[in-house]
Design a protein around this ligand. Structure first.
Ligand code: S3P
Length: 426
C-alpha cells in the first residue's frame, strides 16, 4: 500500500489514544500462558506483532480469546503441549526471542519461523545462553530463523549479555523460570525492565542488583487481571509531530511512563520540546500518565552511550526532529539499529535524503543536519513499521506531499496510526 501524507497546513490539535504497549503486551501474554488460572489483559496491543505472540501461544495448546482489545488467556502453567505446526512469529523479534526462553524448558521440539525481515535477524544472542542452560537449538546458517528448539531440564546460569538487549534478558529470565535455582542476567547498559516488573506481578521472586537481575526458577505464577498502558514508543510519533508543527497542542492519553522508557521524555525536553506529564498513576507495577505536547522551538541533540540503548526504538522519528531542529541530531553507539526490522541507519538516512536532507551515516549511527528544508518525495518503509510512521511525521514539515511505499507496515505496532494522524489534523 502506498500512503500519501500532505504537509500540515495548520496546527495539530486533539487527544490521541494509543495502542497498548507492545513490549508489555508480549510479556503479559507469555506470562499469563505460563501461569496457573485465567488472566485477562485489557488494552492489549492491536499491533500484528502482539497477535503473533497470541498465535504462537495457541500453537502450544494455550486457550486464548480476543474480544476487541481485551484478551483472555487460560494459563497452562510452565508445561505446554507440543505444537503440531511451526510457530509463526511473523515480523516480531520479541515473539521469537522471548518465547524461545519458555520453549527451551519444554519436553518437546518446536520450530519458530518468521517473515522475510525476521528471517534475517540475529538469533545467536539467545542461542548462546539457552544452550548454556541445557537446551538444544539449531538455526538456519547457525544464526537465523527458522530456529528449532528441543527443550528439557534446564540449569540456572549467570549470564553477562554482550549486547544491551531487553529481548535477550527476558529470554534468559523466562528460561530461568524452568530451571531449579536462581538465574541471573547482567546487562551492559540498562534496558526496559517490563519483564522484571511483570514477573513480580505474576508472583515470581525477582531480585535486582547493580546491572543485574535474578529470578528464582520453578516458580508458581498466578493468573491476573491486567491492563496495558498506552505505548510510549507509538506516542513518540505524535510527540514529535506536535513538536515540529508550529502552534500544535496534543494530549496523549494514558501512556506508559516506565523509567526505562521515559528517558524519551527527558531527551525531548533537552531538545527543547514542550512536553508535560499531566497526571501519573501506577497500574500493575507500571507508571501511566497523560502527556501534553506543544509546537516548540527545537535545539539540536546527541544520542550516544547508554542513551542509545534507552532510545533505540524512537531514533527513526527523533531523526525527523533533528532535521527540523536548530542544531541537528547525532546518533552514535547505536549499531543495534542495523539489526532491527530493517537496517534503520540506512532506511532513516535514505528517506531523509530523498526528502532533501543532509545525512551522514556511520557504522554505529548517523548525523542529520538541522534546519533542513524537507521536500515532497517518494519514500519507502521497506516493510518497517517505525520507518513508515517516521516518514509520515516528516511529511508534515515538507514543502510537498510525501508518498510512502509499503505504508501498511505501520500495522505491526500501530494499525490505527493513519486514522489517528488524520484525527488531529483538523
Ligand atoms: C524490545 C526490546 C528492544 C526493542 C524492541 C522491543 C522488548 O529490542 O527494540 O522493539 O520488548 O524487549 P532488543 O532487545 O533487540 O534491543
Amino acid at each position: 500500500m502506498q500512503q500519501t501524507v500532505t504537509p500540515a497546513m495548520g496546527p495539530l490539535e486533539g487527544t490521541v489514544r494509543l495502542p497498548g504497549d507492545k513490549s508489555i503486551s508480549h510479556r503479559y501474554a507469555m506470562l499469563a500462558a505460563a501461569a496457573e488460572g485465567v488472566s485477562t489483559i485489557a488494552n492489549y496491543s492491536s499491533g500484528a506483532d502482539c497477535h503473533s505472540t497470541l498465535r504462537c501461544l495457541r500453537g502450544v495448546g494455550v486457550p486464548v480469546t480476543v474480544e476487541g482489545r481485551e484478551v483472555r488467556i487460560e494459563g497452562r502453567g510452565l508445561e505446554w503441549t507440543a505444537p503440531e505446526e511451526d510457530l509463526d512469529a511473523g515480523n516480531s523479534g520479541s515473539t521469537i526471542r522471548m518465547l524461545a526462553g519458555l520453549l527451551a524448558g519444554q519436553r518437546f521440539t518446536s520450530r519458530l519461523v518468521g517473515d522475510e525481515s525476521l528471517s534475517r535477524r540475529p538469533m545467536q544472542r539467545i542461542m548462546v545462553p539457552l544452550a548454556q542452560m541445557g537446551a538444544a537449538i539449531t538455526a538456519r546458517d547457525g544464526k537465523f530463523p527458522p530456529i528449532e528448539i528441543t527443550g528439557g531440564e534446564l540449569r540456572p546460569v549467570e549470564y553477562a549479555m554482550p549486547v544491551a538487549s531487553a529481548q535477550v534478558k527476558s529470554c534468559v529470565l523466562l528460561a530461568g523460570l524452568h530451571a531449579e535455582g536462581v538465574t541471573t542476567v547482567r546487562e551492559p547498559a540498562p534496558t526496559r525492565d517490563h519483564t522484571e516488573v511483570a514477573l513480580k506481578e505474576f508472583g515470581a521472586e525477582v531480585e535486582r542488583g547493580a546491572g543485574t537481575v535474578s529470578v528464582r526458577g520453578r516458580a508458581r505464577l498466578e493468573g491476573r487481571e491486567l491492563a496495558v498502558p498506552g505505548d510510549l514508543s507509538s506516542a513518540a510519533f505524535f510527540l514529535v509531530a506536535a513538536a515540529i508543527v508550529p502552534g500544535s497542542s496534543v494530549i496523549l492519553h494514558q501512556v506508559g511512563l516506565n523509567p526505562t522508557r521515559a528517558t524519551l521524555i527527558d531527551f525531548l525536553l533537552q531538545m527543547g520540546v514542550e512536553v508535560k506529564i499531566l497526571e501519573m498513576a501506577m497500574r500493575n507495577g507500571e507508571p501511566v500518565g497523560d502527556l501534553m505536547v506543544r509546537g516548540s522551538a527545537l535545539r539540536g541533540g546527541v544520542i550516544e552511550g547508554k542513551l542509545a540503548a534507552a532510545l533505540i526504538d524512537e531514533i527513526p522519528v527523533l531523526a525527523v526532529l533533528g532535521a527540523v531542529s536548530e542544531g541537528g541530531l547525532t546518533v552514535r553507539d547505536a549499531a543495534e539499529l542495523r539489526v532491527k526490522e530493517t537496517d534503520r541507519i540506512e532506511t532513516v538516512a535514505e528517506n531523509l535524503r530523498r526528502m532533501g536532507a543532509e545525512v551522514d551515516t556511520y557504522e554505529d549511527g548517523f548525523r542529520v543536519e538541522g534546519r533542513q528544508a524537507l521536500t515532497g518525495a517518494v519514500v519507502d518503509s521497506h516493510g518497517d513499521h517505525r520507518i513508515a510512521m517516521a516518514a509520515a511525521v516528516a511529511a508534515l514539515r515538507a514543502t510537498g506531499p510525501v508518498a510512502i511505499e509499503n505504508a501498511e507496515a505501520a500495522s505491526v505496532s500501530f494499525p490505527e496510526f493513519w486514522d489517528t494522524l488524520a484525527s488531529i489534523r483538523g
